[in-house]
Design a protein around this ligand. Structure first.
Ligand SMILES: Nc1ncnc2c1ncn2[C@@H]1O[C@H](COP(=O)(O)OP(=O)(O)OP(=O)(O)O)[C@@H](O)[C@H]1O
Ligand SMILES: [Mg+2]
Length: 220
C-alpha cells in the first residue's frame, strides 16, 4: 500500500484540526484503509480522546493506532518523519497551533499533504493567510518540500450569508485556490461535536463525505 503523510494544520486555534483529523481517520478506517494518527500537539487532544474512548468502548478493538509524539528539536522530528515514511497506508498528524515552533519544520517539509481547516470569519481568514505565507517561506528555503494543501471550509452554516458575505467567501476561496485545493464545505453539525476515535456515526459520515471523498481522490 502507498504511504501518505498528511498534516492537519492551521495556526489559528479552534478551527477543527483535531476534529477533522479524527473524522478523517474514522472515515478511512470505515473504508477499510490502513490509517494511524500521530499526535504532535502539546494539548494532546486526540490522545486524551482515545484514552476516554477506550473506557467507553472497552469491548471494541481499536480501529487504528493513536501515537504520542512530543516535538523537541528538528532532528527527532526528522526521525519521526523518516519512520512514518515506512508505514503502509495513511499517516495523519495533528499539529500544534504555532507552526513556527522550534523543531516543527520537518513535519511540513516532509508532508505529502497539508489539510488546513478554516472558517469564514475575519480573524480566521487573516491567520490562515499568515499560515499560508509561513508555508511559502518554508518552501523557499526547502526545495524538497512538495506538500499539496487542502483548504477545508469548516463549520459552515449554509443558512446564513448575505450576498456581500457570500461574495467575500467566494473571493476567499479563489485566493486560497491559488495556493492549494479548496474542498467542498463541512457544515456546522451538532453530531460532529461528539466525534470519537472508535465510531463514525452515519450523520457524521454524511457531514464530511463530500470533502473527504474529494481529498481521497486527489491523494491517489
Ligand atoms: N463542523 C463542525 N461542526 C460543529 N462543531 C465543530 C465542527 N468542527 C469543529 N467543531 C468543534 O469546534 C471545536 C474546536 O475544534 P477542534 O478542537 O477540532 O479545533 P482545533 O483546530 O484542533 O483547535 P486547537 O487549535 O485548540 O487544537 C470543538 O469543540 C469541535 O467539536
Ligand atoms: Mg486541536
Amino acid at each position: 500500500m502507498k504511504n501518505r503523510k498528511i498534516v492537519f494544520a492551521n495556526q489559528k486555534g479552534g478551527v477543527g484540526k483535531s476534529t477533522l483529523c479524527i473524522l478523517f481517520a474514522n472515515y478511512l478506517a470505515w473504508k477499510g484503509k490502513s490509517v494511524c494518527i500521530i499526535d504532535t500537539d502539546l494539548q494532546k487532544t486526540i490522545l486524551m480522546q482515545r484514552q476516554k474512548d477506550t473506557q467507553i468502548y472497552e469491548d471494541w478493538d481499536e480501529p487504528y493506532n493513536v501515537q504520542d509524539f512530543d516535538v523537541t528539536d528538528p532532528e527527532t522530528m526528522q526521525q519521526l518523519m523518516d519512520s512514518a515514511a515506512q508505514v503502509d497506508g495513511y499517516v495523519l498528524f495533528d499539529s500544534p497551533g504555532n507552526i513556527s515552533e522550534d523543531g516543527l519544520a520537518p513535519l511540513f517539509v516532509d508532508a505529502d499533504f497539508i489539510v488546513c481547516p478554516y472558517e469564514y470569519e475575519d480573524k480566521t481568514l487573516d491567520s490562515t493567510g499568515v499560515f499560508v505565507q509561513v508555508l511559502n517561506a518554508l518552501r523557499e528555503h526547502n526545495p524538497q518540500m512538495h506538500a499539496q494543501i487542502f483548504f477545508v471550509p469548516n463549520r459552515i452554516d449554509p443558512r446564513i450569508g448575505t450576498a456581500d458575505e457570500q461574495m467575500m467567501w467566494r473571493e476567499t476561496d479563489d485566493l486560497f485556490g491559488k495556493f492549494g485545493k479548496v474542498t467542498p464545505v463541512v457544515n456546522s453539525r451538532a453530531a460532529l461535536k461528539r466525534t470519537n476515535t472508535f465510531e463514525l456515526l452515519a450523520t457524521q459520515r454524511d457531514a464530511v463525505k463530500k470533502a473527504f471523498e474529494y481529498m481521497i481522490k486527489k491523494m491517489k
